[in-house]
Design a binder for this molecule. Structure first.
Ligand SMILES: [Zn+2]
Length: 311
């Protein structure tokens, strides 16, 4: 599945620089984290994502977090990996510094906007988008539709994601959803560009090859459908003409026809596959397609009038 493969590829892509690790962790924690005082919890169904988060925590906070695994009870429910950080003073300060949480008079809450102070470098903006995608992103199978989305619970965060994408020449749209906002792009170019930005290089290759196939298939289908329709029409018309001419021949003989009609009837029997235009060209002097058509209609009329006579 394209989505699962893309997510797996991005989860296994480990940024080298510390700056990017901070940015990507910030995005993941902002997207998936929640406060269960006195614990900050990050939940993900994806095992590779869970390993990545564990590694980020280790680098950034300097300790190994607790991870719990809740097994899905079959059917559609999947395993949940729950990574828990006890909100000590130091941990809270770090999370605030990373733009994941904020503290005000009313207490601690999730941050609304984007931590621009972390994102002055391009490498970090890429990492942040990757984090948002790993957190709550989705990409449709390109064989069905070109569609990529990032979900977020705040309109300010949604606007920030748009701005980030714009710094890579993609302008997503935002649509309100039941729970939050969907930042999305449609179109092969935009989806490919965002995959490239996030570092999903195999996914880009898959998408590009699907695009080529889709393009070729589309062209071939258009040509084949068009030609098939025309050929079928011509063949059906030709068959009913031949049918009529053969009946005339059987009942009264082609020689009883007017010379112009006899000529075209004989030509049609000799060249069943030809178009009316081509038949017209065989006469001397040549006659137009519509003139041939006129004679064919007269032949069919004559044949129909013979219906009662020994059909
Ligand atoms: Zn960076």
């Amino acid at each position: 599945m394209f989505y699962t493969e893309t997510k797996g590829e991005l989860a296994r892509t480990m940024p080298e620089s510390k700056c990017c690790k901070l940015s990507e962790f910030s995005a993941i924690a902002r997207s998936l984290g929640r406060l269960e005082m006195p614990v900050f919890e990050i939940r993900t169904e994806n095992a590779a994502s869970a390993r990545k988060i564990m590694s980020f925590v280790n680098v950034i906070f300097g300790f190994k977090p607790r991870m719990r695994l809740i097994h899905g009870k079959g059917g559609r429910s999947r395993n949940q990996h729950i990574i828990q950080l006890l909100l000590g003073k130091k941990t809270l300060e770090t999370l605030k510094g990373l733009g994941v949480m904020s503290e005000s008079g009313s207490g601690i809450s999730m941050e609304n906007g984007i931590p621009w102070h972390l994102l002055s470098r391009q490498c970090c903006r890429r990492a942040y988008l990757r984090g948002v995608f790993l957190g709550r992103g989705y990409v449709q199978n390109p064989e069905k539709e070109y569609h990529m989305e990032f979900m977020t619970d705040s309109s300010e965060h949604a606007k920030g994601i748009v701005q980030l994408a714009e710094s890579f020449n993609v302008t997503p749209k935002v649509a309100p959803r039941k729970k939050g906002y969907m930042v999305y792009v449609k179109g092969g170019d935009d989806v490919a560009q965002l995959l490239r930005v996030m570092g999903a290089h195999s996914a880009v290759l898959t998408l590009e090859s699907v695009r080529v196939l889709r393009g070729v298939r589309g062209d071939v289908n258009r040509v084949v459908n068009c030609e098939t329709a025309n050929v079928t029409k011509a063949v059906n018309a030709g068959l009913s003409q031949i049918d009529a001419i053969q009946r005339i021949e059987r009942i009264i003989g082609l020689k009883s026809l007017a010379p112009g009609l006899q000529e075209i009837a004989e030509l049609r029997l000799a060249n069943p596959e030809m178009t009316l235009r081509e038949l017209g060209q065989l006469l001397s002097p040549p006659i137009s397609k519509s003139a041939v058509n006129h004679r064919m209609r007269r032949l069919i009329h004559i044949a129909n009038s013979l219906n009662g006579k020994m059909g």
